[in-house]
Write a protein that binds this ligand. Structure first.
Ligand code: MTE
Ligand code: MO
Length: 392
């Protein structure tokens, strides 16, 4: 195609002439349509970035507010093949450390079983801390107004929660485990948007199937206070609201355990039907397969402007091999996502070469080509982003 166009240009035809001869926007000639996993930009020049509009006006990767309203948003636009881990200082924060948290030394976790109450010391767990791999965390309230920056991925170390119970000699005589964290803040959340009290009830088989673990380290360093030091829960594949920080309580509970205030607060954001009263009526708070662009680069490739839409996919049972993308209400266009195999617990990158028909604002949404995959948020258009194109 490139050769063809060069020949046409040499033979004196204008660029618009070559467009008339078949290089339509549906079949962009210099970079190739969509994705075929080859580097179509290898010979091009990057001119800049087309900005997303209608998103966070706050600086990213800087903590703001305190306690329950404390946040920090990750800048997803920095992601590329060499930078897929979020540095700890850039990892998103939802709820900054509670100011009433007095760092007990040594940290204790109270352990309640059928008729007994005991204490577990963090020091007793430390010899068993091991790498748990790379896992992503996403706040179920991750939204466009936060530039979708309540989403990060890091390497974690800790101890599987079920191992902790076994080591503590707890038999699983109940049905589920209640995990609670310290959550007392001197200031209430502004307008009481967030309820204090962080706890979640898990079925034992959910702890088993997800590989839930109590984490002590992120990216090879001790957890920061804002990320739950000295001990926080990670439930791979589930929304962040289940990943209790400052864990100080574990309790075996039975069938009739009421839902916690945290489970109720996050019921709709974790796709429950209504707000069930009992913990047993809550669905697993799983993140479905999701995808969105993180950066739209403007390139000059063989004399033409081409936009390189770089995105991520995450959640579900692992990356989809084929995605579909839609700009405004144009037709869905299917492409090869070129995801690295075996990266099921974190995000993978994809890219799409795009030649918009005219300058303007374009919304971008994605879906899985395989319509059998459950994608509740994508189906609802949740991860829509809008980009401003100044030149085509
Ligand atoms: N104790 C406590 N744990 C908590 C919360 C909280 O408010 N208090 N927020 C939860 C929510 S909603 C999310 S998304 C994650 C965020 O973890 P991070 O701030 O380390 O990214 O922590 C969870 N654990
Ligand atoms: Mo969250």
């Amino acid at each position: 195609m490139i050769t063809t166009r060069r020949v046409l240009l040499q033979s004196g035809l204008s660029l618009s002439g070559s467009l008339l001869l078949g290089c339509s926007a549906e079949q962009p000639s210099p970079a190739g349509a969509g994705g075929d996993c080859s580097d179509r930009f290898a010979t091009g020049t990057r001119l800049g970035i087309a900005p997303f509009v209608g998103e966070s006006a706050l600086p990213l990767e800087q903590p703001f507010n305190s306690g329950l309203d404390g946040r920090s948003y990750t800048d997803l636009s920095k992601l590329d093949a060499e930078n897929l881990l979020t540095p700890s200082s850039a990892f998103y924060v939802r709820t900054r450390y509670p100011d009433l948290l007095v760092s007990e030394s040594p940290w204790q976790i109270s352990l309640a079983t059928a008729g007994t109450l005991s204490n577990l010391f963090l020091d007793e767990l430390l010899p068993f801390v091991a790498s748990q791999g790379v896992h992503l965390l996403e706040c179920s309230g991750n939204a466009r107004g936060a530039s979708f920056g309540l989403l990060s991925s890091a390497e974690w170390s800790g101890v599987p929660l079920l191992d902790v119970l076994t080591r503590a000699g707890v038999s699983r005589e109940g049905s589920s485990l209640l995990v609670s964290g310290f959550d007392q803040h001197s200031e209430p959340s502004e307008g009481n948007q967030s309820t204090p009290g962080a706890s979640w009830v898990f079925r034992f088989e959910e702890l088993e199937s997800t590989g839930a673990f109590l984490a002590t380290e992120m990216n090879g360093e001790p957890l920061s206070l804002d990320h739950g030091a000295p001990l926080r829960l990670l439930v791979p594949g589930w929304y962040g609201c289940t990943c209790i920080k400052w864990v100080n309580e574990l309790g075996i509970v039975d069938q009739d355990e009421p839902a916690t205030s945290q489970m109720k607060e996050f019921a709709s954001r974790t796709h429950q039907s209504g707000v069930p009263e009992l913990a047993r009526d809550y669905l697993a708070a799983e993140i479905d397969l999701s995808a969105m662009p993180v950066r739209v680069e403007k390139w000059l490739v063989a004399g033409r402007i081409v936009y390189r839409v770089v995105g991520i996919q995450w959640g579900g049972a692992g990356p989809a091999s084929r995605l579909e993308i839609r700009f405004n209400d144009a037709a869905w266009r299917e492409f090869e996502a070129c995801a690295t195999a075996g990266a099921g617990q974190t995000w993978t990158l994809w890219e799409y070469a795009w030649q918009p028909p005219a300058p303007g604002l374009y919304s971008i949404v994605l879906r899985a080509a395989d319509r059998a995959i459950r994608t509740r948020r994508l189906d609802a258009g949740y991860y829509l982003r809008e980009v401003a194109i100044d030149e085509v």
